[in-house]
Design a protein. Structure first.
Length: 573
């Protein structure tokens, strides 16, 4: 009988069996550790996939879904367990099905990729049927010899909205920069053109007064005057569009301004166009430049009745108050933070509507562009709406357009309302009070120094003043005029000077005269007086001690203004 084999512990130290048993034990321990590490790794990845906000899917080579994490329900509206075994097509828009199947088949066949597997932007289909923009990434691996794919989808809806918002803001900035650049150009052109218009109108006045009654040339001069007045109005619109300075705002009643605009429009309306107003009973207080607001309403009203194209129709004006957080306030006007704990500023909304043919959507983005018009050649300057846009934005407000073919047009002007608690009398118009100075007679022999670098205009103005009985000295060199005044400050009774001149500006000349002879009347002329004189080093300045006259009104306004200034100076003594 054979004796049993000795136990391993009893085996000699160099027994092979003992070594084998120790090796097996060690391998078992390593295997257990590996299994534990695998379980821990799987758990970590499971927790990661469960916690991530991105959609994580695992699909097989037949595009069947093997795994979906909880984010699938948050992003795409599908519960994860309902997707297991479903084709990936349930998460794809129909127009992507064929492309996906073709791409998958090609990759399984020859390993070729036609699209980027990292960060491709595409669409995923939500459970309710709408498409969600996602950023899609893929990775592939092999499980038991079969291809498996992991898909990672990140919802980029917020990014798309932010990009759209950024593009909108960039477009608005580009539009603002374009408007500013064109405004600077228009202002420069208008300023120079003002001299030409003033010379035409002034010489027409001189020529007309020299003709005997009934002279046949008078009719031609009248035509020249009509053309000159049209040119002057065009210059005014150019200058109004180009001005970037803050408006001269006063407390006024929006109802009064709307009524004023309607009264001015009524006389020009063609037959068949009915003017209607919808105004509240209580005053609508706002801080605004009344002249600019009325001009803007007239521009919109004129645009409205012209849009009717000779057909019968209605032009409607409406005024109302809107809350600070009104949803229809245009975005450029919305950021108006209040100081401290004060409530945000409410708005006054002024509407001008017509029942004309409407404006196509593709033209809405261009409607406020300077010189853009849909009217036939010769029937519009393309500046009316640009002036409106400039006025509203200059007041810190905004303008909106609501129009479509076949349903008319509504323009809405949003202007800051007066602060809460400000009372407004019903008769307040917002107009600056006029000086109560009656012009006295022109003093025979009064000495006038006229300074302007435009020789044609200087000659015309000199003749206007001489015909009124003044002794006129002209100078086209402001530095020379400065020397003349410094040599003998008492040589003249009034100084009339252009504002914008090379070398020495009219304002510098006026201040120098004020230092030499404070009582000498000074009249500043320019085509852009508010923009030049309304600010001083970027801050509002007090009223100037000088009289001012727009250059385009020199022909009819300079002689009586000189008379008033001389009369005021005498009464001041």
């Amino acid at each position: 009988m054979t004796a049993p084999a000795p136990a391993p512990d009893d085996a000699p130290p160099d027994d092979p069996l003992r070594h084998a048993l120790h090796r097996a034990t060690a391998l078992e321990a390593e295997l257990q550790a590996a299994r534990q590490a695998l379980r821990e790794g799987e758990e970590r990845y499971r927790l990661l996939w469960q916690a991530t906000a991105d959609v994580v899917l695992i699909v097989d080579g037949h595009s069947r879904i093997l795994f979906a994490n909880p984010a699938t329900e948050e992003v795409l509206g599908h519960a994860p367990d309902t997707l297991i075994g479903q084709p990936l097509a349930v998460l794809q828009p129909p127009d992507l099905h064929a492309a996906h199947q073709a791409g998958m088949a090609r990759y399984l066949r020859d390993g070729r990729r036609r699209v980027n597997w990292r960060g491709t932007e595409t669409l995923a289909r939500h459970a309710d049927g709408h498409d969600v923009p996602v950023e899609l990434s893929f990775s592939d691996l092999s499980v038991r010899g079969e291809p498996v794919f992991a898909a990672f989808m990140r919802d980029i809806s917020a990014r798309r909205r932010a990009e759209a918002e950024r593009q909108t803001l960039q477009s608005q900035l580009a539009q603002a920069q374009k408007m500013e650049a064109v405004g600077v150009l228009a202002g420069g052109i208008a300023h120079d053109f003002n001299n030409v218009v003033a010379a035409i109108l002034g010489n027409e006045v001189l020529a007309r007064d020299e003709l005997p009654p009934g002279h046949p040339v008078a009719e031609r001069l009248a035509a020249i005057r009509r053309a000159g007045l049209r040119a002057r109005e065009l210059v005014r619109q150019l200058l109004a569009f180009s001005r970037q300075q803050p408006a001269e705002r006063r407390l006024c009643d929006a109802r009064v301004l709307v009524g004023e605009a309607m009264a001015l429009l009524k006389a020009a309306l063609p037959a068949g166009v009915h003017l209607e107003g919808d105004l509240p009973e209580a005053p609508l207080a706002l801080m605004a430049d009344a002249t600019q607001v009325v001009q803007s309403l007239i521009n919109l009203g004129t645009n409205a009745w012209q849009a009717l194209g000779g057909r019968s129709g209605h032009v409607r004006f409406r005024a109302r108050r809107a809350a600070a957080d009104a949803t229809d306030v245009p975005r450029p006007a919305r950021p108006r933070p209040a100081a401290g704990d004060e409530p945000a500023t409410d708005w006054v909304c002024l509407e001008v509507a017509d029942d004309g043919p409407g404006i196509p959507a593709e033209l809405h983005s261009r409607i406020f562009d300077p010189f853009f018009t849909t009217k036939p050649l010769g029937e519009g300057t393309g500046l009316g709406l640009s002036v409106v846009h400039g006025m509203v934005t200059g007041h810190g407000g905004g303008v909106t357009l609501d129009s479509a073919p076949g349903r008319g047009t509504v323009f809405r002007l949003w202007l800051p309302a007066a602060p809460a608690g400000v009372t407004l009398e019903a008769e307040d118009t917002g107009r600056a009070p006029e000086a109560d100075v009656a012009p006295g007679p022109a003093a025979a022999g009064a000495r006038v120094l006229y300074v302007d670098d435009d020789e044609v205009l200087a000659l015309m103005v000199a003749q206007l003043l001489q015909r009124a009985g003044y002794l006129v000295t002209t100078s086209c060199d402001p530095a020379q005029a400065m020397r003349m005044l410094a040599a003998d400050p008492a040589a003249f009774d009034v100084l009339v000077t252009d504002l914008n001149m090379p070398g020495v500006s009219g304002l510098e000349l006026a201040h120098a005269v004020q230092a030499l002879r404070p009582c000498l009347p000074v009249i500043l002329t320019s085509g852009n007086l508010p923009a030049q004189l309304g600010l001083w080093d970027g801050e509002p300045r007090p009223p100037l001690p000088f009289a001012t006259l727009p250059k385009e009104e020199v022909a009819e306004g300079l002689v009586p203004l000189v008379a008033r200034c001389l009369d005021t100076a005498r009464r001041g003594h």
